[in-house]
Write a new protein. Structure first.
Length: 396
């Protein structure tokens, strides 16, 4: 998901491994850090039906709380609705091909929520898209300005605030509750990868920090969770360095990585950003052997340890070609989870991709390839996020 795919349309027991964490989902636990709910046309959530006890959730249901699904075209397939009602899905990501109009995607989201009403896991789905602004918008409308245009505005901070508010209201209006934005990449040279697609506010990390945090605060006031990306930063990538298409290695020093690329994340964390997406680039200054999203050194030492992030981590596209083609979806899912990723983004528009990721997690838990303690911690973070977003509902 490093470049715009298309312009905006008009439109031993596995049961023990995650019991404590999933209990807060399955039992409808209280929200933590609840966001302010926006005004959204549509049904209001009524009393939750009594869920199954956590102990009765299956291994696949527990593993499914870590996986974001996608699907092709404008109509969600029955297999996805079945997986949702079966409690095996944490959420869904939407792309331009899924959206023909606002009313159409609102109706689809109503279908997904109706399926989720039958799930034994009583928590809202995470319903997300990339609504960055400019060229990278899946819904028509706000934010109209790209990040580059925001940075060049006469009052950049006001423009960033307006963009965040517009993005949140736009997504909430159709029932989405997570935006995979803002991009906090600090570009280096005009025309390089981040600047080419107008996805960077500035080459000044302090300016990126100010504008990114303004976007985060404004959007999250609408009830839609924000996602800072792509940690620890893709701003040093050259014009043709795209992790969707192949491996990328960024060789800035540790000092530069921390003082330039990671600097905006401190401000985003101070703004209480709910999610952080990891890059698929390799950063030899920290870990020469693994892309960031598969690196415990980057996730645990840099993001959680040094910066103190306590929210939800999410991978970039799990199918990205920056990861060796020798790895299956199941293997990618397990490697990411082992490294410390919470949510696994299966964005190939193929429901089977999500199912394969779930299967990989089930097998890894059964074989203790993933520790129960790390699984519990990740699922608890996701549970808190999902419960806090219960106020956003699709309109009808």
């Amino acid at each position: 998901m490093d470049i715009p795919k298309q312009p905006p349309t008009p439109r031993r027991t596995v049961l023990a491994a995650a019991g404590a964490a999933v209990a807060s989902l399955a039992l409808g636990g209280g929200a933590a850090e609840a966001a302010t709910s926006p005004t959204v046309r549509g049904r209001n959530p009524g009393p939750r039906p009594r869920p199954l006890p956590a102990a009765k959730l299956t291994a696949r249901q527990r593993a499914g709380q870590r996986v974001i699904y996608s699907y092709p075209g404008p109509t969600p397939p029955e297999s996805l609705l079945t997986a949702i009602s079966g409690g095996e899905v944490a959420g869904v990501i939407f792309f331009g091909e899924n959206i023909s109009s606002e009313s159409q995607i609102a109706s689809v989201i109503g279908q997904l929520n109706a399926a989720n009403d039958h799930s034994p896991v009583k928590a809202p789905l995470l319903l997300m898209t990339d609504q960055e602004g400019g060229k990278v918008r899946r819904l028509p409308g706000a934010p109209a300005l790209s990040e580059k245009q925001v940075g060049e505005a006469s009052d950049p901070e006001a423009a960033a605030t307006e963009a965040g508010t517009g993005a949140g209201r736009n997504l909430a209006g159709v029932g989405m509750n997570v935006n995979l934005s803002p991009v906090l990449d600090v570009f280096r040279e005009p025309g390089d990868f981040a600047d080419r697609y107008q996805r960077s506010y500035s080459s000044d990390p302090a300016e990126v920090a100010t504008l990114g945090s303004a976007f985060v605060r404004a959007q999250q006031k609408t009830g839609v969770a924000a996602t800072a990306k792509h940690f620890p930063g893709l701003g040093a990538a050259a014009t043709d360095e795209n992790t969707d298409l192949g491996p990328v290695t960024l060789r800035q020093s540790l000092s530069e990585l921390r003082s330039v690329d990671e600097a905006p994340y401190r401000a985003a964390l101070d703004a209480h950003v709910r999610l952080v997406m990891l890059s698929w680039a390799v950063y030899p200054a920290v870990d020469a052997d693994h892309p960031a999203g598969l690196s415990s050194k980057i996730i645990q030492r840099e993001l959680r340890g040094r910066l103190g992030f306590r929210g939800v981590t999410v991978t970039d596209a799990l199918e990205a070609k920056a990861i060796s083609s020798s790895y299956t979806t199941a293997q990618r899912a397990v490697l990411a989870a082992q490294a410390g990723m919470d949510l696994l983004l299966c964005s190939a528009r193929d429901v089977d991709q999500g199912r394969d990721a779930v299967s990989g997690l089930v097998d890894a838990l059964a074989g203790s390839t993933i520790t129960s303690s790390s699984f519990d911690a990740a699922t608890h973070r996701i549970a808190r996020l999902r419960e806090s977003l219960s106020g956003v509902k699709a309109r009808h």
